[in-house]
Ligand binder design. Structure first.
Ligand code: HEM
Length: 200
């Protein structure tokens, strides 16, 4: 948003936010972690017949449904948390005043990066919620009596979503790292202060 408008808000810190630590970068890692674990454990559940001898050898008493429980509860948690991740992202994007003359490693300016990252975030929220519904249908209806609870197509779509998350995360990292959005050290440098003094 226009820097003059943002300055109308009182009490913004060096990071351009009314609080010390940006919320969105913390929540994104919860979204990413939960979704990665959800897909990884469902893959482990589907490959269970291959793993059984290794688990027995290691005396690990895991049953197939344990892996599917982790997959299910993690995708549900990812769907819930991502509403907050996206909400915090929109709020922090509204207060963003990125450097307009910087071009990212992907050859994009600040506005293009913010638009792609914003659209990507809403797309990911939709996909994760859709995956949670799909997973629920498999668990409680379509495959509730099958030994293999999860469809291979679900896992394939999950892996594609992980690829989109990689692109989304890199765009986000460009916002914080290259355009200095809500980056305290960058803000202090712009104010002519020495960020190293914070460490002393
Ligand atoms: C699931 C969806 C999303 C994911 C996985 C995601 C991921 C990320 C990541 C990894 C970063 C870098 C964090 C860091 O530097 O440590 C980031 C930064 C950022 N993202 Fe997102 N993002 C998502 C959705 C959104 C949305 C919808 C918006 C706003 C429309 C947004 C706005 C921002 C902003 C402004 C930053 C710069 C740092 C900050 O001020 O928070 N993000 N994002």
């Amino acid at each position: 948003m226009n820097e003059e408008l943002v300055q109308q808000l009182d009490g913004l810190g060096a990071n351009g936010l009314p609080y010390a630590i940006p919320i969105h970068p913390n929540l994104v890692h919860i979204t990413l972690g939960l979704f990665i674990i959800a897909i990884a454990f469902d893959i482990a559940g589907n490959l269970f017949p291959l793993e059984k001898s290794i688990l027995n050898f290691l005396a690990i008493k895991a049953v197939r449904s344990n892996f599917y429980d982790v997959g299910w509860y993690n995708v549900i948690a990812a769907a819930i948390v991502t509403f907050f991740t996206v909400a915090a992202g929109f709020y922090e994007m509204l207060l963003a005043t990125p450097s307009p003359d910087v071009i990212s490693a992907w050859g994009l300016g600040a506005m293009e990066t913010m638009i792609w990252h914003g659209v990507g975030g809403v797309l990911l929220l939709t996909l994760i919620v859709g995956m949670a519904v799909w997973r629920g249908m498999q668990r409680f209806a379509w495959r509730k009596d099958s030994a293999r609870q999860v469809q291979w197509s679900y896992l394939l779509v999950g892996l594609v979503i992980l690829l989109i998350m990689f692109l989304q995360g890199t765009l986000g990292a460009h916002l914080g790292g290259e355009f200095g959005v809500h980056n305290t050290a960058d803000g202090l440098l712009k104010l002519g202060e020495d960020p190293n003094l914070l460490l002393k």
